[in-house]
Write a protein that binds this ligand. Structure first.
Ligand SMILES: *Cc1c(COP(=O)(O)O)cnc(C)c1O
Length: 419
């Protein structure tokens, strides 16, 4: 065969090769830096290679300047340094804009956690003196950010009843910059009338943001509802394996420049390995979610029949107060829901949650594994304080529903014994 070896840089002079194919040159420190960096043969694999990078290289100073101007302007796929993106993170942000923003003109940015994907956009869009309306049912750390650090920078956050709907109009002030939503709400699972709130916000010139953690783009389409900024904790269902942290903000393109400037100035970025894991996770997100959904519904219906349980807070159950809204707006439900116990002492809660075989005690959710955690709801609601019994949140993983039900049955029996 007379075909030349294809792994030589195109145009590079043929180096004398050893039997291993490596150039027959003596060892040197320079070789240590240079070796193996001239591979440029395209090999077709299913997944893109993982790019780990800080510096990005240029052929000329003019190239560096041109790329810098394009990156500063937030043009797609332009970067002068890995804080602005690498091929791996760009593949991920393209995918997120395409999926979460399907049918709309959107851009996406990734951040090192779901919480950063909440705080960074709020910082990007608000200034001192602004007013933010935030649902009373938001993720606890979002509430803490709004009430402390954000407040210190002069932004006043007012919490509102999650089911307010179009009534939000009465709370909008001349300086209201953002209405921040989460549907269903954390721990209490209220469904918000997001389309109605978005109509009011648009008429009053207020930006709308939503935390789309629970449903993910598989089951909810926030941009169809009229949302301007959708936040995705990729840590949860998109990652799906409890092995990395990441968040994304997907925004209508008109809102991209402000977000991009904040991201660049705050130095918020993610590494190639985590971006690769997010890309891998999202391929199977919808099929995993269908299984989480089926299992959680089976567990939820079983809990509804238990005498210890006052009610189950799951939007896909007909007993849920906003079930009709969920049916109108969502195309599925996930593995996360809560149930309220009629009564339980702290020792009984411990007996319910500890030493379970499948429901392990842990924060977060969205992975393949089941988790259980009592809610410390007392500190998390200010508009309408929680007056119900002890609240316990479950994440139903990918185990068999029968095993999860048996596990909870043992927990409830242990709870009774501890009484
Ligand atoms: C977990 C969670 C987040 C934050 O995601 P992290 O990646 O854990 O920071 C945001 N919103 C909701 C509703 C969550 O449950």
């Amino acid at each position: 065969m007379s075909t030349p070896p294809a792994d030589r840089p195109t145009g590079a002079p043929a180096a004398p090769a050893s039997s291993s194919g490596a150039p027959a040159a003596p060892y040197s420190s320079t070789r240590l830096v240079d070796a193996g960096r001239h591979f440029d043969r395209k090999v077709a694999t299913v997944n893109l290679p993982v790019v780990r990078a800080s510096s990005v290289l240029f052929e000329t100073l003019a190239d560096a300047d041109a790329e810098g101007a394009a990156a500063m302007a937030g043009e797609r796929h332009r970067t002068t340094y890995a804080t602005s993106g690498t091929p791996t993170t760009m593949a991920l942000t393209d995918a997120l804009a395409e999926i979460e923003g399907a049918g709309h003109d959107c851009r996406a940015a990734v951040m090192p956690s779901g919480l950063a994907a909440i705080s960074v956009p709020l910082l990007a869009y608000c200034s001192p003196g602004d007013h933010v309306l935030m649902s009373d049912s938001v993720y606890g750390p979002a509430r803490v950010f709004a009430s402390t650090l954000f407040a210190r920078f002069g932004v006043a956050t007012e919490f509102f009843e999650p089911t307010i709907g179009a009534g939000i109009g009465a709370l909008v002030k001349p300086n209201t910059k953002v209405i921040y939503l989460e549907s269903p709400g954390s721990y209490t699972f209220e469904i918000q009338d997001v389309p109605a709130i978005c109509r009011v916000a648009r008429a009053r010139g207020v930006l709308t943001m939503i935390d789309n953690a629970w449903a993910s783009p598989a089951f909810a389409r926030p941009f169809d509802w009229g949302i301007d900024v959708s936040l995705l904790p990729l840590t949860k269902y998109w990652g799906g394996h409890a092995d990395f942290l990441m968040g994304a903000a997907v925004v209508r393109t008109e809102h991209w420049p402000k977000l991009w400037q904040a991201i660049r100035q705050l130095g918020v970025c993610v590494g190639g390995d985590d971006a690769f894991l997010a890309l891998r996770g999202l391929r199977t997100a919808e099929v995993r979610m269908r299984r989480h959904e089926a299992t959680a519904l089976e567990v939820a219906r079983w809990l509804e029949g238990r005498p210890e349980v006052a009610r189950v807070l799951h939007p896909a159950l007909p007993s849920h107060p906003q079930h009709a809204l969920w049916e109108r707006d969502f195309s599925g439900s996930s593995g996360l829901f809560s149930f309220e116990l009629k009564a339980a002492t702290q020792a009984q809660l411990a007996a319910l949650c500890e030493r379970r075989r499948f429901f392990r005690i842990g924060y977060s959710w969205g992975g393949f594994e089941s988790l259980i955690m009592p809610a410390k709801i007392g500190t998390l609601r200010t508009v309408k304080p929680w007056t119900g019994g002890p609240l316990v949140r479950l994440h139903c993983g990918l185990e068999d529903a029968a095993d999860l039900i048996a596990d909870l049955g043992e927990g409830l029996a242990a709870m009774a014994r501890a009484g």
